[in-house]
Write a protein that binds this ligand. Structure first.
Ligand SMILES: [Zn+2]
Length: 279
């Protein structure tokens, strides 16, 4: 196959300009890029729980390298000052003309009014698109009083909730623990981050199978688990996520390895997220 020239690879849809990487050119040429490319899960700033610190440059460089149309960014659960990170994300939204959008990530084990005030500020004033419930990082059982308050707040604000699932966070992170909220608010989109993270992928599929308002963000899910989710639940309920810039290329490659149809690939890489988060 001929190599695309740098000129043909220019990304004219990219609001911040830049050059589309080669694999993006071929995604477009093969028809996969019919909707948008969206990373539904990244973090910015410091994290005293996981001992990390991600600067703005890392988020922006990954968006540029992989040709993302949108990247959804949230503070880590261990942020020293989550509201300050929300402000940094809002500044990125402004400087990238909406390529970066925010997700609220706050500790629910705090005064309800304070939680609600910051969540409302982010959604109504800063254009944030969802609330994050971090079962592991904030030690929150989704069906507990503090956990259910997050879903209630999201329903009030009219935005989805993205919930950390799988891995070391279980049992709080068990996908089935969102069932009380998913059934109490059947119109509220609930995104299972990591879709059970491999070991609990089948459990995530069971939950999505009985709750049409449950969606699956598949970062850290193995290739075969992700294929299982595509077969049982379907790409219209699945979305790309990286959980970190360095993992983004792997997650894109994983979806390309599934041999999905062009339309299904398009849903996984951005179509489903665009619909759920109204991007
Ligand atoms: Zn994460």
């Amino acid at each position: 196959m001929p190599r695309p020239s740098a000129r043909r690879g220019r990304d004219t849809e990219n609001p911040s300009g830049g050059t589309r990487p080669r694999h993006q050119y071929w995604i477009q040429k093969l028809g996969y890029r019919r909707v948008v490319l969206i990373d539904a899960h990244q973090h910015l700033g410091d994290c005293r729980v996981f001992d990390l610190d991600v600067p703005e440059e890392t988020v922006l460089a990954a968006a540029e390298k992989h040709g993302l149309d949108h990247v959804l960014v949230m503070p880590f659960p261990g942020a020293g000052d989550a509201a300050a990170v929300h402000d940094r994300i809002a500044a990125l939204t402004e400087s990238t003309a909406g390529r970066v959008r925010g997700i609220v990530c706050l500790n629910p084990h705090q005064d309800r009014a304070a939680y609600a005030a910051e969540a409302e500020r982010c959604v109504t004033k800063l254009g944030f698109v969802a609330l994050k419930l971090h079962t592991l990082g904030h030690a929150v059982e989704p069906a507990s009083a503090d956990g259910m308050a997050v879903f209630a707040e999201a329903a009030r604000l009219g935005v989805p909730v993205i919930v950390h699932t799988g891995g070391a966070g279980e049992p709080f992170a068990s996908p089935s623990h969102v069932l009380p909220a998913a059934t109490q608010w059947p119109q509220l989109p609930i995104v299972l981050a990591h879709a059970g993270m491999g070991v609990a992928a089948r459990e995530a599929a069971l939950v999505a199978g009985v709750c049409p308002n449950v969606y699956l963000e598949t970062s850290w899910c193995g290739t075969l688990d992700t294929a299982l989710l595509a077969e049982t639940i379907g790409p219209h309920r699945m979305m790309l996520g990286s959980d970190g810039a360095r993992n983004l290329g792997v997650e894109i490659a994983k979806h390309r390895a599934l041999d999905l149809s062009r339309g299904d690939m398009s849903l996984c890489l951005g179509g489903t997220a665009a619909k759920v988060f109204r991007l």
